[in-house]
Ligand binder design. Sequence first.
Ligand SMILES: NC(=O)c1ccc[n+]([C@@H]2O[C@H](COP(=O)([O-])OP(=O)(O)OC[C@H]3O[C@@H](n4cnc5c(N)ncnc54)[C@H](OP(=O)(O)O)[C@@H]3O)[C@@H](O)[C@H]2O)c1
Length: 393
Amino acid sequence: MRKENRNDCDMNRRGFLKTAAVTGAALCVPTVLSKTMATEKAANSSSGTSVTVGSGMAAIRNHRTLGSGRASMEVSAMGFGCMGLNYHRSQHPDKKQAIALVHEAVERGVTLFDTAESYGPYKNELLMGEALKGYGDRVFVTSKFGHKFVNGVQVKSEEDSSPANIRKVCEESLRRLGVETLGMFYQHRADPDMPVEVVAETVRELIREGKVLHFGLCEVNADTIRRAHAIQPVTAVQSEYHLMHRTPEESVLPLCAELGIGFVPYSPINRGFLGGAITEYTQFDATNDNRQTLPRFTPEAIRANLRIVEVLHAFGRTRGYTAAQVALAWLMNKHPWIVPIPGTTKLSHLEENLRAADIHFTAEEMRNLEEAVAAIPVTGSRYNAEQEAKVQK
Ligand SMILES: NC(=O)c1ccc[n+]([C@@H]2O[C@H](COP(=O)([O-])OP(=O)(O)OC[C@H]3O[C@@H](n4cnc5c(N)ncnc54)[C@H](OP(=O)(O)O)[C@@H]3O)[C@@H](O)[C@H]2O)c1
């Protein structure tokens, strides 16, 4: 769907929300409306009409819409990827500091927080449940199902998107997060033994039951998206997308545009690499970092790929932006229905990242940046063979 049509959808959605709120036709509408109003407080602050966010403070002042029609979801233009607060990104702050950072993000207008059953496993959801206690009417928390666990240990050779497991994960995620409804429930990886139609039907039932607001899919191909969307409209596809991994542009993003589905790029700074703080000497915590398993994060690959980071530095230097800001702003300038979810453990990085939402690149700037990056071959694949086998081609 093109932008103009999408705006029409937004208008239709607003109309729907009004009608539904009056008639009580939609279970979750009041929650959606209040979340929208809460962020408008942050949005208004730039004109000095609200005390929620100071006018010079780094904050998200714009919303974006993921999905369309009844499946649409209005969220802050940038979300927060929660995984690294206590999982897979090496050293992390203690619980009190992590919670304080999440509160900063909420106060600065972020309304989309992304977690998953598998982050920890479980401990990231538990942290977010504690962090977002009392904020449930202001933000959406999204989670994911589909990995297989036996006694708390992931069975990496298999996935489990059986209806029984989707329902079990949903109940457990709701309990750990301390909410009545998940903002979005994503399938984490496709399950070769479970047709996506069955998955979509199960999530459809959970939406009808008021346990889930919206349906999302991760790392799936265009055929799967189309089949799922025919059963239960998909609000967003969440897949890896950044200047060093542009595969979604081949068929997934065009299909999202055609069907009016939003896109949430995960690892939008390429797991920190495009921020410029990682070098061949960086030591990843052997007990808590999956980057050491990724071919793109060997010392040799890092040394070769730093040329790409240097392009971002050079591009940003003449404009007053950091490399991380260039990486995030590039994504956000690609389409108005893209909502990246960078993760961080630091207030300084949160502020830096949120400011990227205000950056506008001209079409020529976008082209120049893309050409300069594309001129440098990327060394090392993004996933090892086991992880690569799980993403749909
Ligand atoms: N659906 C999926 O399969 C999937 C897979 C992976 C991730 N995800 C989601 O995506 C989220 C983000 O992904 P990610 O953590 O892999 O990657 P990311 O957001 O690209 O990068 C996070 C890393 O970048 C660093 N960083 C953040 N801002 C920075 C800045 N301004 N300058 C320099 N470094 C910066 C962070 O370190 P500091 O703490 O030092 O800032 C952190 O180590 C996750 O939290 C998760 O919710 C989903």
